[in-house]
Structure formats: structure tokens, C-alpha cells
Design a protein around this ligand. Structure first.
Ligand code: SF4
Ligand code: SF4
Length: 150
């Protein structure tokens, strides 16, 4: 008899996920593709509503995902052992939730079965952002983001 282990995100750690599972874990919110500013004195991170030039501002997906690191030098490619140390990850980020031993939200595509639920729940940044191509001075775009509350 085959023993059922349920859904992979409920029993695997980030380190145990295979590449497909790792990619599926991303909810597609796009929050981590927003530019952030770091206070030189305090180290405090502020989010802006300015998206990386490669982000589709409606779908919140990277338009050049496979070449992203080559095209955008400061694009962060998350790795399992970094997640807990990246305090700037939004509190809704699935990688952060799993690393903290928490459940995914009901709007997560893996739970809801729909890629659109992250948009419908108002978690994603779809339609709320400007591309860095049009933004101008980043300082004018700081938003009060409680790491997930857009
Ligand atoms: S914040 Fe997390 S869940 Fe959202 S797009 Fe980035 S990696 Fe994916
Ligand atoms: S290159 Fe793609 S994945 Fe990286 S920050 Fe830009 S939009 Fe996001």
C-alpha cells in the first residue's frame, strides 16, 4: 500500500523540495520584484512601488525568467538557506511562511487551484505599480508596506 504524504508544501522543508516544487511554491505576488531602498544609517528597508523593468506589471511575472540573473544583476534568486535571513521578504511570501513553519494562505495558487486567486485577494501588486522605465526618482515612490500589505 502506498502511504500518502499529503501536499508537498505541508510536509517538506524548503531544502527537501525538488526544483518543480520550489518553483510552484512562488505565489506570483511579484512583491520581491519591487525596488527597495536601504537606509544607510539604520539598515532599514523601505519598499517602493517601482517594479523591476522585466516584471509584467499586470501578471506580476518576470518576462525573462530563465535569463533574469544575466539581465538584471541585482535580481535575487532565492535559495533555501537564505530565506530565513532575508527579513525583507513580505510576510505573505510562501517561502517565508514555509521556512517559519506556517501554513500557506487560502489564496495561494497551490491551495486555491487558480493562479488568479493571488490577484483576486489583493495580495499581488498587479496594477498597483510602475515600471522602473517610467518611475523617475525612487525616493518619490516609497510605500508603507508592512511586508505584504500593499
Ligand atoms: S514574494 Fe515570495 S511568493 Fe511573492 S513573488 Fe516573490 S518569491 Fe514569489
Ligand atoms: S529580473 Fe525578473 S525575477 Fe528578477 S527582479 Fe526583475 S522581474 Fe523579478
Amino acid at each position: 500500500m502506498t502511504k500518502s504524504h499529503g501536499n508537498f508544501w505541508q510536509h517538506k522543508s524548503l531544502e527537501q523540495m525538488n526544483p518543480t516544487e520550489w518553483e510552484q511554491l512562488c505565489d506570483g505576488c511579484g512583491l520581491c520584484c519591487l525596488h527597495k531602498l536601504e537606509d544607510a544609517d539604520t539598515g532599514e528597508i523601505s519598499y517602493t512601488n517601482v517594479a523591476c523593468r522585466l516584471l509584467n506589471t499586470q501578471t506580476c511575472r518576470c518576462t525573462k525568467y530563465s535569463k533574469r540573473k544575466k539581465l538584471v544583476a541585482d535580481c535575487v534568486m532565492l535559495k533555501p538557506d537564505q530565506v530565513a535571513t532575508f527579513k525583507w521578504l513580505p510576510k505573505t511570501c510562501a517561502y517565508r511562511l514555509i521556512s517559519e513553519g506556517k501554513e500557506l494562505f487560502s489564496w495561494h495558487p497551490l491551495v486555491s487551484g487558480s493562479q488568479q486567486s493571488v490577484h483576486r485577494a489583493g495580495i499581488s501588486i498587479s496594477g498597483k505599480i510602475v515600471s522602473e522605465r517610467d518611475a523617475g526618482d525612487m525616493e518619490d515612490h516609497i510605500i508603507n508596506l508592512e511586508f505584504g500589505d500593499v
